[in-house]
Design a protein around this ligand. Sequence first.
Ligand SMILES: [Zn+2]
Length: 228
Amino acid sequence: MNDFLLIGDPPIEVYLRNNSLAKRYSLRISNKDNKVSLTLPRWSNLKEAKEFAQSQEEWMRKHLSQQLEPIQINFGKYTLLDGKKILIRHGSGKAVRVFNDELFVPGRDEELCGKLRAFYKTLARERLMKSSDYFAKILGCKIKSITLRDTTTRWGSCTSNGRLMYSWRLMMAPPEVQDYVAAHEVCHLIEMNHSPDYWKLVESVVPTYKSDRSWLKINGNLLHQYML
Ligand SMILES: [Zn+2]
């Protein structure tokens, strides 16, 4: 089968991904690089795949036109921390520091992105571990491990045996949103679904979860705009 389909004019490249577990055709546009991919179930065929992609052309064009410009990270430019823009400045010493709403990063220009990623990751580990532990204690469940990644489709995930994964980009979101995502994942250790019971459980530990959840839905893309 081809690697990609060309849909419409000017053509949109739609990459094909076989997934034997998929139950239907589904399209996805990456927040990171605007790559469009079409997931193919085992029983798929090229003709049907193309018809499906064509039927979604309007949706793809709309979505692609709404994609945000990537933001380059440099000294003298801004990044996001806790839901606010923060100026990146040359720092001294070894550690990245936040002072007076400015972010001081030591080292050379070419080290900046790596140092910032490490800074976000360390902060995420510290904070999300703390809030995951907090919710786990309330709910009486056990966390085995916490991993941090730069994921594009989800802010967190978990396995039934207590392994949690979070995106370190959550450190760019307001602190209450960070807490909500931790609660969301920990609640899955009790309810492995998104049923009404599950959301009741989330509400019992984060009463404001609805606004935190919609913050992510509306602003989540912004966190992926920064080229880190
Ligand atoms: Zn969930």
